[in-house]
Write a protein that binds this ligand. Structure first.
Ligand SMILES: [Mn+2]
Length: 296
């Protein structure tokens, strides 16, 4: 049995884990995720905090700083908006570190699915290659895909603040469909009614100076959404704010739509030295406070 506390204190040691140990961590975290609903719901008492994280993309240096912030701020819950792997130098290490945090704090630490928690993206953007160069066996990678399959999709805080990776989907009823649903309960007819909505949740982007939904350069089925579409979705679901990730801005975070949508990204220097600070959000007393984190 691996000592996860020790692993978290020495993240460099994750690089040397054998697959047997990794498999144990994947299996344990999967067992926790599969009992979580696809739509998580949180309620905060006055002065309690949630920390929300954006994309990590293998940036261990930023992730270690963020863990120091968790220890200092002592939030009641931590929500990651996904995109832990692909692109950065320590992808497998970041994933195993995040899953270890989940296993040790199952009721405090939550991970939502991003568009990079998929096999297609891992094949195109580095994680599959990174994994294969170490463990050589594509069947072993299936154990990672089994974890992706059971990740929750979105979270709602105090019935007011929606958290997800990409954006709102065209399906205005998607949250009602996901509410109370566990991945283990999904059958074929249900898949047909939720898969487009989930796909757009992990892929869509907001765009100023746009009203409705429009096609995106990112690919078929992916949309940009404007303020009118955003307001319609949020009002229909009695929600006020959205916190999302998925896009890196040079200033670290960006507000959209009259400060009702906050976009965060938690991998610093994503496009090279000094290209962007990392950002994250604190939710407290139904307010959203964006934060940046400069890394040398
Ligand atoms: Mn993304």
């Amino acid at each position: 049995m691996i000592d996860l506390q020790k692993l978290i204190k020495n993240p460099d040691s994750i690089s040397n884990l054998n697959f047997e140990t990794i498999s144990e961590i994947l299996g344990q975290s999967r067992d926790i995720f599969k009992n979580e609903p696809l739509l998580l719901e949180f309620n905060l008492e006055n002065s309690e905090k949630i920390i929300v994280l954006g994309d990590i993309h293998g940036n261990m240096q930023t992730l270690i700083k963020l863990i120091e912030i968790f220890n200092k701020e002592k939030p009641k819950f931590i929500i990651s908006l996904g995109d832990i792997v692909d692109r950065g130098p320590k992808q497998q290490e970041c994933l195993i570190l995040m899953l270890s945090l989940k296993i040790l704090n199952p009721n405090k630490f939550f991970i939502l699915k991003g568009n990079h928690e998929t096999f297609e993206m891992n094949q195109a953007y580095g994680f599959f290659y990174d994994f294969m160069s170490k463990f050589k066996d594509p069947n072993k990678f299936n154990e990672i895909l089994e974890v992706y399959k059971v990740l929750p999709i979105c979270a709602i805080v105090n019935n007011l603040i929606l958290c997800l990776h990409g954006g709102i989907p065209e399906d205005i009823e998607i949250l009602t469909k996901l509410k109370g649903l566990k991945t283990t309960e999904i059958n074929q007819s249900l898949i047909n009614s939720i898969e487009d909505g989930i796909f757009q949740i992990i892929w869509n982007d907001p765009k100023d100076a746009l009203k409705d939904f429009t096609g995106s350069f990112r690919g078929p089925g992916i949309k940009f959404f404007g303020e009118e579409a955003f307001n319609k979705f949020m009002n229909a679901n009695n929600l006020k704010y959205l916190i999302r990730a998925h896009e890196c801005f040079p200033e670290g975070y960006r507000w959209f739509f009259d400060k009702r949508l906050l976009s965060i990204f938690s991998a610093a220097n994503y496009r090279g030295p000094s290209s962007n600070p990392a950002s994250y959000a604190i939710i407290k007393n139904n307010e959203i406070i964006p934060k940046t984190l400069e890394l040398s």
